[in-house]
Each structure stands twice: as C-alpha cells, then as structure tokens.
Design a protein around this ligand. Sequence first.
Ligand code: BGC
Length: 776
Amino acid sequence: MMKKIIIPTLVAALFLAEPITVQAQRKTTKKLTSLSKPVDQPMDAFVSDLLAKMTLEEKIGQLNLPTGGEATTGSAVNTDLEKKIRAGEVGGVFSLTTPDRVRKTQELAVNHSRLKIPLIFGQDVIHGYKTLFPIPLGLSATWDMQLIERTARVAATEASADGLNWAFSPMVDISRDPRWGRISEGSGEDTYLGAEIAAAMVKGLQGNDLGAPNTLMACVKHFALYGAAEAGRDYNTTDMSLHRMYNEYLPPYKAAVDAGAGSIMTSFNDINGLPASANPWLLTDVLRKQWGFKGLVVTDYTAINELIDHGLGDLQQVSALSLKAGVDMDMVGEGFLTTLKQSLEEGKVSEEEIDRACRMVLEAKYKLGLFEDPFRYCNEERAKKEILSEDHRSLARQVAGESFVLLKNEKNTLPLQKTGTVALIGPLANTGSNMPGTWSVNADLEHTQSLLEGMKEVLGSQVNILHSVGSNLLDDASYQERATMFGREIPRDSRPEEEIIQEALATAQQADVVIAALGESSEMSGESSSRTDLDIPSGQQRLLAELLKTGKPVVLVLFTGRPLTLIWEEENVPAILNVWFGGTEAGKAITDVVFGDVNPSGKLTATFPKNVGQIPLYYSHKNTGRPLVEGKWFEKFRSNYLDVDNEPLYPFGYGLSYTSFSYSDISLSKDSFAAGDSVTATVTVTNTGNLEGKEVVQLYTQDLVGSVTRPVKELKGFQKVSLKPNESKAVEFKIGVDDLKFYNANLDYVAEPGAFKVYIGGNARDVKEAQFTLNE
Ligand code: BGC
C-alpha cells in the first residue's frame, strides 16, 4: 500500500527546519556515544547494567514506537514526538527517513534524554527502497533465490544510508485467496517456496552482520496466518486447524526465524478466538519456546488498540494482555505508554514482564550497533551515491524482466518485431506512478517511467508508437477514486465512453499491432484492497473486445497485484503477458520482453482460478474421499461443481517462454531407501525451440498413505536452468527423509515409511511421475 503522507505539525516543524552542519553533528556524536559504549561488553551484561539504571517510566518508554509521520495506515498519528523523546518515552520511530531528519531525531534521544539511549528507526522497505523491484508476488515468480536476496540487499543498502535500520519485511503470509489484496505483498500460495523466499529475504536484508552500516534488521510479518482471512477480506478472522497451521501456514515464518530474523510483527487478525497480538500460545509457546526466537516482537500498526474492537477489554486491559502474551513493542497506539504503569501498580502485569520487553528492545539496538554509534545509519554521501544508482536500476530492470509471466502466446504473437507501427492503448499505458506497485512509500514517482515512456526510450525511432487511453480504469468513478489513492491517481477521461473507444480504435487501425495495457491499478491490491470480482474491469474488457474486432494482432500486457479471472481473455486474446507492478524500471523491462530482448521465464506462484467461486483453489489440496475421476470434469456425487470444472485456468508454477522445453521420463537412482539414505530423481530437460531460454524445473512429492491425510502434491525443490536451442541438461533432485517429513496428528515432525510418488515438470499440472518407497 502506498501510504498517506501526513506530517503532523509538530513533527514537521522539527524535521523540516534547516539541517545543522555536518561538522557540528560530528562533534555532538563523539561526545554522546562515549556515554554508552558497549564494544567490549557482552550484550547480556550491557543490557542488564542499563536496565538497572532505568526508571519504570523509561523502561515503558522503550516499548513505544510512534510514527514520524511520513506514511501511516490508520487514523492514529502520534503527537509531541520531540517532548516524548526528550522524556525517554520513545524506543524508536517508524516512518521517518533521510539522514538529516533521522540525525536530528536521534540527537534528541542521545543528547537530551536522561539515559541517552539511541532510537531505532523502522519503515516498510518491502520490495526495494527508492529503487523499486517488482511487487513481492512478482519477485516470487522469478523463482530465483539469489536474485531475490540481491534485491533485498540493494533495498537495505539504500535504506540504511538514508537513516533506517529496521525493515518491516519480509511479509511471508501464505495466501490462497486472491480476493485478499495483500496477496500481492507475499510469495503466493506455497509453503516450501514461501519458506525459501523468507530465508533469502532475511539474508539479503540483514547480510552477515546486523551491526554493519549497510544492513537492516528484518521484521517477519504478519505473525500469524494473516493471509487466511475469511472471504479474503482484509483484517478478517482466521480459524484454522493446528494440522493446517503447522504443515502449511507457519513454516515460512519459522524459516525466517531460523534464518536469524531480528524481529517479528504480530498480525491484526483473530486466530481461533484470540487475536494474534494478545495470543500467548502463538507469541510465547510457539515463537519463543518451540522455535527458540530470541528477537524483538512488535505489533502491527495500532494492533493493541484494535483489541478493544475485537472485544477483549479497554485499553488498559488489552495492553496488559498483549504484554503478557509476549509483545515487546507497541506500534503507534501508545497503549503500553499510557497504561502499563497503572497495570503494574494494580498487579495486572509484573515488572519482570516489562523488563523482558524492554530487554528485547535494547538488545535489538545493541545488535544494530546503535550504542556504539547512534548515527551509523545516516550517511548523506552514501545515500547520494547509492540510492537509485545505475547498478541498482539495472538490477531492477533485470529482475522485472524475470518476474513477468507469459500466460498465452498463440502462434508466436510475441515477441514483436522492432519495426512498423505499434498502438499502445489502455488506461495503464501511460501511468508511471502505478509502476512501483503497492508498498513503495519511498518511490521517486516523478522519475518513474510509464510503459509508453519506457518503450519510447528503449525503441527510439525503430518503432512508431501511437497511444490512446481507450477507456477509464473503472466505469464507476467512486470505485476509481478508491482504487487510485495516495499519489497513484489515474485521471478520468470525462468524454463519453463511445468517443474514447472510437479514438482508440482509430489509433489501432493505423498500427500493425496493438498492445493493450490493462488490468488493475496498483492500489487495487495491497492493504485494505480486497475485491470480490476479479475480472479485468468491465470498461477495459469492452475496449479489449473492440480492439480484437479490428483484426489486428492484440497483445494484452496485464497489470495486476493478484491472480485475476481471465477466462474470456484466455479464449479470445492471442497473447497475454502478466507484468504485475514491476518497479522503477518496469517500463523498459516490459519493452525488453515484448520486443524479444529478454525471453520471459516467470512462473506463477499463486493459482489463477477460472472464477471467483472456485476460491480457495491451490495445487496442494487434499484428495477428499470422492475425488474427480481422471479425465472427467463432472460426475454426480463427486467433489466437483455443476457449472465449472475443478481445474485452474493457469496452475501453480505455470508460465510460458518464447522457446519450448521437453522433459524426459524420471529416472530414480533406486526404488527404495531408508533413514540416513536418499534417492536421486533425474530428468533431462531439452530446449526444443529456437531461442535461448530459462525453465524452472519443479519437483513435487506425494505421500500416498499417511497416518493423516496428505496433499495430492507438495513442492519439494526447483531449479532454474538456462538452455540454448537444442541443448539438454540432466536436472537432478536428491530426496532425503527430511524432505518427506510433516507434522502428524500429535504435531510431531515425522516421515512415515511407505510409498511416495515423485513428479517433475514445468508447472504443478504438467508433470512426469515415478514412485519410490521409504523403508522402515
Ligand atoms: C501494515 C504493516 C505495516 C505497518 C506499518 C500496517 O498497516 O499491516 O504491514 O508494516 O502498517 O506501516
């Protein structure tokens, strides 16, 4: 979500004033840092020593995370920030950037508060900082862990120069419901892939040393199960069996914790009757005791206050519940700040609980090196040099190109020749501000090219590019207003629809080929952007139908933050390229792919259903006792629908290339194996087309008999291989006992002996199969 820019008067007065000189800053820094230099003191001793010096009020102050006002997602905005920092009532500030502002704020803490404890500075650095990469769902479609890690590294490099040391990322919520707008912010539906990406993101953000000046502390979110909101409506209730939680939804959070994430954010939602932000089972039993998490637990934005509306009590009561459950830091709501003292006096919380939370905040600061140098993350020179650098932008262009998914390409409509005349038509053709996508709070919108601008720059005079808007984004003006908020406006064309379409058709008639840039605006997905109708908006569909009637070849360049329902488009449009929201360099990257400089290789990480009624639709479902008979789409008294088959339109893992690949049968190194051993499954993949291309080779297994029911397929590995025309590669996957483990009815993590199927292919549907046995 692109957040509303609100700078409360007091904060604005403080931060928009002239920066003090660099020389003066250095002097102050030196004087202050010597007060609390922990370099040769181990963390525990240092923090215990500091805690012993703190008053109760100062301890509670550390648990407070107010906003600096640059971006907010709710109505609460904190006031009196300067006063509170001086009084030691603030542990960190969220949403405040640039070295001079951060430096001035930090100076308040380390110059003017009694104990001079430095502040921590956090923000939503989700898919890039100023150099934006594709939205996370798009990033996941690259299936390239090294590339994803590099994007997080770049994000951390830029943000840490600009004053930040804490990123509210990665978002690892599994979602199987594309109605939920925040599916765009995660890595899709799959547990295994989600866990791999979670770890890659943490590594990229934190690097090898949390204290290095160019790394950020990761904050895994939203713990937990936020992506399973009922009916796909944001913030809604989640009710889920432990079996499903442990096997399908919790592993990505755990993977991020195992990768060393320094912090975790509690989610807004209710989980089986107790909201996450007041859930001791989740925050203490699972997180601390079972997983051994040693970092900081922060709430989501005003999540403690929202417990009042959940019906758990008044602010004092819910704040106490939250602290006792295991929350350490309160984002924005100030429930901790305003009620914990009274709760302590009344015996509703203990000093040990406050100390525990305070220790977690202080430890995070220690690990970040802030006691050594509170200004470590403010570096004007580095900010100037690195933010939006050539290297970063070229990585953004590369990654965007790898994230696009070619959904259909009849008769090799794509790639287009770099010659003749192209008509680029649609409400998303010339909207640069929409390119970065949701959660790009620091995007440099002024310098983000639209597709039209990118195309013109890349193609120069080789291709004659005509443009017409063709339709409004949405027929309903108030819906359009909701769907293009926060600086992502798409102006409405007030002419009659017929006139707008006719102009576009006349433009199309002059061209050799039509590119229709259609779909969602960036604010139609992301936070608080759930939808119940997942078609391309009707006005745009009418435009598409009219463009097809011209008889010109039509390429649909589809912008979306979620799986859409595209049955009509699949039946009628010759070529569909899904480009998500590709970030700072999307305009150029789309041109690269459409005109063949880059061969698409993205593969879907969330199933595209045929219609909304099929949702939730995901490849790793259970078989049921009445599965469909193979080859049939309906049979009475089977688990199916009368009006649509059970198949997705585009399955998980799906995506085409400008070349084609064939798969040999699977060869297994043995038919059976036992603990301590493994089996190797090998396929030979051949590029059978005329262009060099990349293929994501996917490995799935199925546990045929279990003590509990098991999914029909589970992703267990993947490799992205690059092949020249006619080239073949043997792709090997080693499968060991650990790969076959799952949580049984007692929640023990076990592999059960018996028969397994192994599937390998280019998506979850089109696979080769073989079978092996796991012996006792
Ligand atoms: C979102 C979080 C985000 C936080 C701070 C909330 O509304 O749910 O994902 O990190 O705001 O911006």
